[in-house]
Design a protein around this ligand. Structure first.
Ligand code: HEC
Ligand code: HEC
Length: 142
């Protein structure tokens, strides 16, 4: 039994080394194989918009109009609330999360932010200054 396994492993190693293993190329929305695209990653410039980014549809979680890479958002630390908590928002010249963020799954009003809304970037994200990956005719709210 062990012998068979050794032979099998060896033949896989040899096949791998000789390039006989199948290779897969994934096609992305950008049309080119991902391997080729990843050779030179595009520069990402975060879109910083004073006064906020207009919403494209009702109930849209507003986009984040500022950088966030220096803010921690994990189980132990939540930096967003340093500025966006109800207590801090006014002083920081921004808005606190709306009332929908203070409701549990049964619809009960909560004193504290709902744990369902703890990881803000589940719904709110920064925008980059980039060209659309594919042609897009979506028209948002005026
Ligand atoms: C140092 C303070 C500060 C921190 C920390 C911060 N923000 Fe902000 N945020 C602001 C300010 C100020 C604005 C308003 C910017 C403007 O309108 O020009 C804002 C705007 C926003 C908006 C847009 C709100 C709207 O109604 O358009 C969202 C969403 C947001 N922030 C999410 C986040 C998230 C998520 C984090 C954590 C990853 C975060 N912010 C961390 C200060 C902060
Ligand atoms: C599950 C999705 C979700 C998560 C997680 C979430 N939000 Fe939101 N947020 C929304 C949606 C949807 C809206 C717009 C509709 C509304 O106000 O309920 C919104 C609106 C907002 C607004 C605009 C409030 C206003 O009065 O215009 C702010 C500010 C905001 N969120 C901040 C945050 C912050 C900070 C966090 C993390 C602590 C967070 N959100 C987590 C979905 C989310």
């Amino acid at each position: 039994m062990n012998k068979i396994r050794t032979i099998l492993t060896l033949s896989f190693v040899i096949a791998g080394l000789s390039g006989a293993m199948p290779t897969f190329a994934l096609d992305s929305l950008r049309g080119a194989a991902i391997e080729k695209m990843s050779a030179q990653p595009a520069k990402r410039r975060i879109d910083i918009v004073e006064g906020g980014i207009e919403r494209s549809f009702e109930e849209q979680p507003p986009m984040i109009p500022h950088r966030i890479e220096t803010y921690a958002l994990n189980l132990r630390q939540q930096d967003c609330l340093n500025c966006h908590s109800r207590a801090r928002a006014e002083a920081e010249n921004t808005k606190p999360p709306s009332d929908s963020h203070f409701v549990d799954r049964d619809g009960n009003q909560l004193e504290r932010l709902s744990s369902r809304r703890y990881f803000c970037t589940q719904c709110h994200m920064v925008q980059i200054k980039g060209k659309p990956l594919v042609e897009n005719t979506f028209e948002g709210l005026e």
